[in-house]
Design a protein around this ligand. Structure first.
Ligand code: C2E
Ligand code: MG
Ligand code: MG
Ligand code: MG
Length: 287
């Protein structure tokens, strides 16, 4: 509760001989306020998934879609994940929320697969605390069984920095997930500190180059060099490359020349709600 958290904050402050400031009050309270709202939001089913297509460059076709969670408040406001995922991460809420996200993404994808889009794969972002739960692999297995989605239609996106927290544990979990029949990609690649020797040991199928590099590939020679190096390294390790944050025709041209496998970004499409994504599929639009 708010009072307990305030007391804890005050005690922590005293023990560290820190000054107890009004700013700390405001921050702790704001966090608690969001936490309580999130708890209600979960019960009231206020979360929605949007889907952003990933396009295969060789064919121009939509081959997969990333599920991105949004919080649709009763007043209509749409809250982006950057605001509430970190709060959920700091509390036990990420457990049920992550489970809901995975289930919703698998259910929706099963519907798309059953209506004839059998080539599609859904990519679900997994947060740190979720991945580190001891029974994470069993949870994924349970969701697949409950929703009836064939594992080949599921991909998990795990950030580079998260994979590096406990390398041996990560390799173990990823191997078990791979054995279930799904595939894994490394999200935000380039922003962490993976060593190449580890990369080789991870049972992953793709690297997603972080949008911060892609943004400047046509204007910043360093970013262009970094992206080229990542793509050729990935290909030498038999990994596919997905570039995120592709916003312009120039970005696209550059990535085509490098023979990057897939792109994702506003140039082709913003994240869409399920209805709009279905329309996109029906339209057959390609790159
Ligand atoms: P991410 O996984 O790296 O997702 C990419 C983010 O970039 C998304 O923001 C997406 O909307 C945005 N984006 C896509 N194309 C472009 C583009 O061309 N230009 C620009 N400037 N941005 C683009 P979003 O949806 O706000 O998500 C932000 C982050 O929140 C995600 O980064 C991911 O780390 C996290 N997140 C989103 N959904 C979930 C979820 O369901 N579970 C977890 N654990 N984390 C999630
Ligand atoms: Mg992602
Ligand atoms: Mg990403
Ligand atoms: Mg990113």
């Amino acid at each position: 509760t708010a009072d307990m958290a305030m007391t804890r904050a005050k005690q922590a402050g005293r023990n560290n001989f820190q000054f107890y400031t009004a700013a700390m009050d405001t921050q702790a309270l704001e966090r608690l306020r969001i936490e309580n709202q999130l708890r209600h939001a979960l019960v009231n089913e206020e979360f929605v998934l949007h889907y952003q297509p990933k396009v295969e460059l060789s064919s121009g076709r939509v081959v997969s879609m990333e599920a991105l969670v949004r919080w649709q408040k009763p007043d209509g406001a749409m809250v982006p994940p950057g605001v509430f995922i970190p709060v959920a991460e700091e509390t036990a809420l990420i457990g049920p929320m992550g489970d809901w996200i995975l289930r919703a993404a698998c259910l929706q994808t099963r519907q798309w697969v059953e209506s004839g889009y059998d080539h599609l794969r859904v990519a679900v972002n997994i947060s740190a605390r979720q991945f580190q739960q001891r029974d994470f692999v069993q949870q994924v297995q349970a969701v697949l069984e409950d929703t009836g989605l064939n594992p080949r239609h599921l991909e998990l996106e795990i950030t580079e920095s998260l994979m590096m927290v406990d390398v041996e544990q990560a390799i173990e979990s990823l191997s078990q997930l791979k054995a279930l029949g799904l595939c894994m990609s490394v999200d935000d690649f380039g922003t962490g500190y993976s060593s190449l020797s580890y990369l080789k040991r991870f049972p992953i199928h793709a690297l997603k180059i972080d949008q911060s590099f892609v943004r400047e590939i046509t204007t910043d020679a360093d970013d262009a060099a970094i992206v080229s190096a990542i793509v050729s390294m990935a290909h030498n390790l038999n990994l596919e490359v997905v570039a995120e944050g592709v916003e312009t025709a120039e970005h696209l041209e550059f990535l085509k020349k490098l023979q990057c496998e897939e792109i994702q970004g506003y140039y082709f499409s913003k994240p869409l709600d399920a209805k709009a994504f279905t329309e996109l599929l029906k339209s057959g639009r390609s790159l």
